[in-house]
Design a protein around this ligand. Structure first.
Ligand code: NAD
Ligand code: UGA
Length: 461
């Protein structure tokens, strides 16, 4: 590899849902930068080197193919990638801590800190370190102290460049971001490093969309953005429960309130509840930080967003059991969708996990169907493998079923031949639409008993 022809060398530690797509886009848009993505997970790195990528994301393979082997490389040689890089993005996982102080709320920073120690060990020149992972506000302070305590005389400038992509639309979000946020210290070296990161993004993002700030504002804005998005979903979901009691229709309410520009129409789709690896984790982290600073009321305010989400998922399964004459034991129930949202194979914190577990507790015979997430679903439900069937084809899954529950808003579910499905089901046939994506009136006319979210049920009894 001729490294001389490249303007700068970028390293990225962590080749997951963020590191992989983000670096693929940077490499494709910035041919003058050499980009190397490393990970401790050798299987993941091997998959990034093939056309069978480790994650499903529309448009990702084309983006990878544009740059891979030219200025985009995937490797397990973490030390070399660190040593050679001028700029190091860190996008390792920062899950909720499961042990010790702050368990269940605080961010587990062990992977991040291990990375910092690797950086000190492998480096022999100054570097810009960019927090791409979502981190508690003031992490850069701790990192700065750990990294700059090195005895090699090397200077590390720590910046925050949080990622706002959503899974399923990652490539679109990266290519056309609404904003890019870059936080740095407001010192001479901090501002110089900030400019270097701005220079990467201006290869394809208009400068007016690049927001620069102090490093703490950037760190905190990421947590707050996720908290606000999740809050909208919990707010509308809380109203869905009231709609079910009052014959108001949540879709009509969402439309009516969203038409006010101050509220806006997005993120007002009532559902079985939000999932994904970040909303719950980031809100709980925000809650923990508020508690840490003695802001109990603020902490409780944000925690209620997560509580409302738990309530919504619980309520959905309870409705299912109650509608089916208060027992689902030995009934064949098909979950249409297991991914936490459409266009991804990711099942982390998917509401489907709770729904499945609850139905298994009720001794249902469960069939899981999903176009992209069956491998992950198998892993998640491996402890109950004997009691669960996995069937990609929704028609085969629905044969002999008592009920269907739509848990992921896959486009293809809207186009299913529900007449054919109904004919092959046990009667009475039930359908629970946890995403409100189906034509409920038509399903009712076919003969289904239909239970949407936040709308009156349509029952033949
Ligand atoms: P992920 O689990 O998919 O990827 C993280 C990767 O880091 C894993 O492959 C893991 O093996 C690797 N890793 C861990 N420790 C390492 C080490 N010491 N050295 C090298 N590699 C190491 O996680 P993700 O979904 O990509 O999320 C990463 C971060 O980005 C998190 O902080 C998350 O909150 C944030 N984020 C995620 C999304 C998203 O949509 N998934 C969006 C925005 C921000
Ligand atoms: C979310 C944010 O949208 C991203 O900006 C952020 O970068 C990312 O978290 C992160 O930090 O990880 P993501 O979790 O991938 O992205 O997906 P979303 O589209 O936000 O959906 C999250 C959940 O909310 C899904 O389960 C989705 O089905 C649900 N949702 C979304 C609703 O129930 N109703 C809505 O109106 C919108």
């Amino acid at each position: 590899m001729q490294q001389k022809k490249f303007k700068k060398r970028i390293g990225c530690i962590g080749a997951g849902y963020v590191g992989g797509p983000t670096m693929a886009v940077i490499a494709a848009q910035c041919p003058e930068y050499l980009v190397t993505v490393v990970d401790i997970n050798a299987k993941r790195i091997a998959a990034w080197q093939t056309d069978d990528l480790p994650i499903y994301e529309p448009g990702l393979i084309n983006m990878v193919k544009k740059a891979r082997g030219k200025n985009l490389f995937f490797s397990t040689d973490i030390d070399s990638a660190i040593r050679d890089a001028d700029i190091l993005f860190v996008s390792v996982n920062t899950p909720t801590k499961t042990f010790g102080e702050g368990a269940g709320k605080a961010a587990d920073l062990q992977y991040w800190e291990e990375t910092a120690r690797n950086i000190i060990k492998a480096s022999n020149s100054d570097k810009i370190i960019v927090e791409k992972s979502t981190l508690p506000v003031r992490t850069a302070d701790a990192m700065d102290r750990i990294l700059n305590a090195n005895d090699k005389g090397i200077h590390f400038e720590v910046l925050s460049n949080p990622e706002f992509l959503a899974e399923g639309t990652a490539i679109e979000d990266l290519l056309h971001p609404e904003r890019v946020l870059i936080g740095s210290r407001e010192t001479k070296p901090g501002l110089k490093a900030r400019q270097e990161i701005v220079d990467i993004y201006t290869n394809w993002v208009d400068r007016s969309k690049i927001i620069t700030s102090n490093v703490w504002s950037a760190e905190l804005s990421k947590l707050v953005a996720n908290a606000f998005l999740a809050q909208r979903i919990s707010s509308i979901n809380s109203i869905s429960a009231l709609c079910e009691k009052t014959e108001a229709d949540i879709a009509e309410v969402s439309y009516a309130i969203g038409a006010d520009k101050r509220i806006g129409p997005k993120f007002l789709n009532s559902s079985v509840g939000f999932g994904g690896s970040c909303f719950k984790k980031d809100i709980l982290n925000l809650v923990y930080i508020c508690e840490h600073y003695g802001l109990g009321d603020v902490a409780q305010y944000w925690e209620s967003v997560v509580r409302m989400n738990d309530y919504q998922i619980r309520r959905f399964v309870l409705n299912m059991v109650q509608a089916m004459f208060s027992t689902v034991a030995r009934k064949r129930i098909v979950l249409l969708g297991f991914a936490f949202k459409a266009d991804t194979g990711d099942t982390r914190e998917s509401p489907a996990i709770y729904v499945a577990q609850k139905l298994l507790d009720e001794h249902a015979h469960l069939v899981i169907s999903d176009p992209q997430a069956l491998d992950n679903a198998r892993l998640v439900l491996q402890a109950s493998a004997q009691k669960v069937e996995f069937e990609k084809d929704p028609y085969a899954a629905a044969k002999g079923a008592h009920a269907l529950a739509v848990l992921t808003e896959w486009e293809e579910y809207k186009k299913l031949d529900f007449r054919k499905i109904f004919d092959n089901m046990e009667k009475p046939a039930f359908i629970f639409d946890g995403r409100n994506i189906l034509d409920h009136k038509r399903l009712f006319e076919i003969g289904f008993n239909v239970y949407p979210v936040g709308k009156p049920p349509m029952s033949h009894f």
